[in-house]
Design a protein around this ligand. Structure first.
Ligand code: MIG
Length: 682
């Protein structure tokens, strides 16, 4: 790809983030898009009334980001309400689509503000705390063209193992091996396919990284092996903070070798998270980072082949110093007749203890011998924690693709791992947010991603679970996860258990399509999930569709995300067929011409829209990804002017003619048949 269309500007003395892999030549000169400039303004751009702005990765609100103000600042915030400015990831990349079409990426690891028509409705302003950054302006013919150039610039996305496209069950917490086994048994006995069960913080001994509680998980290795025998991968969590405890080797090694972040006096910076007092490994220190990464070996040696990295914004409940101050402040009110404002100040004193800017500004990294304040490089912490793991995996286990995904992230981490969308809630609006984040994250290179299906916080209902599942089966990371204290939400807990089962099985039938489209998106620096506006450029209705997505080359989805709905309005941008799946074998098909339609979608159906001259490959579902039989591959197609479709049972995982008229289905397997790729040619 020609990167001449990318202009790079180096302002001041930027911190090296390694976000970019294929660097463009430095071009200096006047910036076409500047209206005004000062040290704190990167860019001010006058938007046309109908210009759209895409990107921003992990953020609230719509696919079109216009009309709000966003901050790129990795934040541990479990309340994803629509007025939040930042979530866990920091992704300072936006695409402007109007009279000018261009992307803007600011490579800068601290807080940036993207005011996209918030202060003034037609003005886009990007503000920065200091004039030390790299700015990339990426011109292109279309938003997708811009995205693809950006993706070439930042390098190829992470490839997750094939099994991680299977269904995965999690909860905070399955705290004993018996609890984990009961989840496995319940799914298996109820005929559900499943590939992974998660271990949340309670598998550890006192929340110490790389330990396993002897009491709750006795003979861990053989437990991991027996789960593997049932084709279940156990996926443990790793937290950023290392418990301060004499005798705990990770702590002692880190302390002795100065591998932890420091305070301004050069002492280890100490704060409290789950284990109580912790130190934070200094992931910006190369040696410390390598050291921590190799610790994953203990669990890998025990048979583990997947991890999720949590609390790596990093999340801080409180620091000792701040807590002391807060306690003094609270005590100072004792016996006084405090007014309401004092009361609020009192309340904020305690609430403000967590993830506070003052703690981040008292924490220091050792970057090649230079002391760098954490506050300046905040957004790089989770990125480098996860990179340390992923780099280590290549040494520990070069032949195995180990699953890794993270909560916090920055641009560039997409080369090392996936991310999950963090602590959402069992809210209807969060189904839609899940849908809208997929393309925005894809723009920033994060392809292996998904939301906690059915919602992390709070209690879901059966109806919400079914509707969310109907979207969840398209998320690359298809994981049901929920918080401590919430209602049980494993799919076998619900009354309509057979409906849940059929929909999870449908996911397995779709895996060849989804994994192929995922791999193609990685290889082609493409988006697996696209807004309709990217695909149908000249269609004015498609431009503003915020609740439907194109997935890969062949299909469109339009999930229901409201309670008590009998269906929904769908905009169909070209002639399509709507396949109503009640199960992988039981479906009906309707033919549509372009237009707006109300489509009935009962809670036991998933509707997939197939584009003209495209076919959707399906296999027979299996109890796990490892047992998928590719010779069962068939197609549902939309390939004839006269509308014919059929399933081709003969068309196996080799080149072959399908019974679908007028097309050839060429199917070929890569890497022992698991990376199933296909092409449908007219
Ligand atoms: O402070 O490990 O986002 O998925 O279950 C909460 C417990 C810590 C936050 C993660 C969530 C996980 C939870 N963790």
């Amino acid at each position: 790809m020609n990167l001449n269309a990318i202009k790079k500007y180096v302002i001041g003395n930027p911190f090296e983030t390694h976000a970019v892999e294929n660097d463009a030549d430095i071009i200096t000169g006047e910036l076409k898009y500047f209206l005004s400039n000062d040290d704190h303004t990167v860019l001010t751009y006058n938007m046309g009334e109908h210009d759209k702005v895409y990107g921003m990765g992990e953020a609230v609100r719509g696919i079109n980001k216009r009309g709000w103000i966003y901050e790129t600042y990795c934040s541990d915030d479990p309340m994803h309400t629509e007025t939040k400015r930042s979530l866990y990831g920091a992704h300072p990349f936006a695409v402007i689509d109007g009279k000018d079409v261009f992307g803007v990426f600011i490579d800068y690891p601290d807080r940036l503000t993207f005011d996209i028509g918030y202060t003034q409705s037609n003005i886009l302003t990007i503000k920065i705390p200091e004039a030390n950054y790299k700015l990339y302006i990426i011109e292109g013919k279309t938003p997708l063209d811009v995205v693809k150039k950006f993706r070439v610039l930042i390098g190829k996305s992470y490839i997750a193992p094939f099994w991680s496209f299977g269904f995965q069950q999690s909860r905070w917490s399955y705290a004993t091996s018996a609890a984990v086994q009961s989840v496995i048994d319940s799914y298996k006995n109820n005929g559900f396919p499943i590939d992974a069960v998660y271990l949340d913080i309670d598998y550890m001994e006192d929340f110490k990284d790389f330990t396993v509680s002897e009491e709750r998980f006795p003979e861990f290795e053989s437990f991991v092996a027996s789960a593997k025998n049932e084709n279940i991968h156990l996926v443990p969590i790793i937290d950023a903070g290392v418990k301060v405890e004499n005798g705990y080797d990770v702590y002692e090694e880190g302390r002795a070798n100065n591998y932890f972040c420091k305070d301004k006096n050069g002492e280890d910076f100490i704060a409290a998270v789950w284990p109580g007092k912790v130190c934070f490994p200094d992931f910006l220190n190369k040696v410390a980072s390598e050291w921590f990464g190799l610790k994953y070996k203990r669990l890998i040696d025990a048979g583990i082949d997947g991890f999720w990295n949590d609390m790596n914004e990093p999340a801080i409940f409180y620091s000792e110093k701040a807590l002391d101050k807060a306690i003094d402040k609270v005590a100072s009110y004792k016996g006084k007749n405090i007014g309401v404002y004092d009361f609020f100040a009192l309340k904020d004193t305690v609430l403000g203890l967590s993830n506070s800017y003052s703690d981040y500004s008292s924490m220091y990294h050792n970057v090649n011998g230079d002391l760098v304040c954490h506050e300046k490089v905040h957004n790089l912490y989770g990125y480098n924690m996860t990179k340390s793991a992923s780099d280590a995996f290549k040494k520990i286990s070069p032949d195995k693709n180990i699953l890794i995904f993270s909560r916090a992230s920055y641009i560039g981490m997409h080369r090392s791992s996936g991310i999950w969308m963090g602590d959402n809630q069992s809210w209807w609006s969060h189904i839609k947010l899940n849908l809208q984040m997929l393309p925005s994250l894809n723009m920033c290179g994060f392809l292996y991603t998904g939301a906690d299906m059915v919602g992390f916080g709070d209690n879901c209902t059966e109806e919400l679970a079914l509707r969310w599942l109907a979207l969840g089966i398209f998320n690359p990371l298809m994981r049901n996860h929920s918080a401590l204290g919430t209602r049980d939400q494993e799919f076998y807990r619900f009354e309509k258990i057979s409906v849940f089962r059929e929909l999870v099985k449908l996911r397995y039938a779709l895996i060849p399509y989804l994994y192929s489209e995922y791999i193609k998106s990685v290889e082609n620096d493409d988006m697996m999930f696209k807004p309709l506006a990217f695909e149908y450029r000249d269609d004015k209705y498609a431009q503003s569709v915020e609740d439907q997505l194109m997935i890969g080359e062949c299909i469109m989805i339009a999930p229901v995300y409201e309670p008590n709905a009998i269906g929904r309005y769908v905009y169909i941008p070209e002639d399509m067929i709507a396949v109503h799946f009640r199960s992988e074998n039981d479906y009906s098909v309707e033919k549509y011409n372009r237009g707006h339609f109300f489509i009935e979608i009962p809670t036991n159906e998933v509707v997939i829209f197939i584009r003209k001259n495209k076919a959707l490959p399906l296999v027979k579902s299996a109890d796990c990804t490892a047992n998928i039989d590719y010779s069962t591959l068939g197609f549902v197609g939309n390939v004839d002017k006269d509308f014919q479709y059929t399933i081709c049972k003969e068309c196996g995982a080799a080149n072959g003619e399908s019974r679908i008229s007028k097309i050839n289905c060429r199917v070929f397997g890569k890497s022992e048949g698991i990376n199933l790729n296909y092409e449908v040619m007219k």
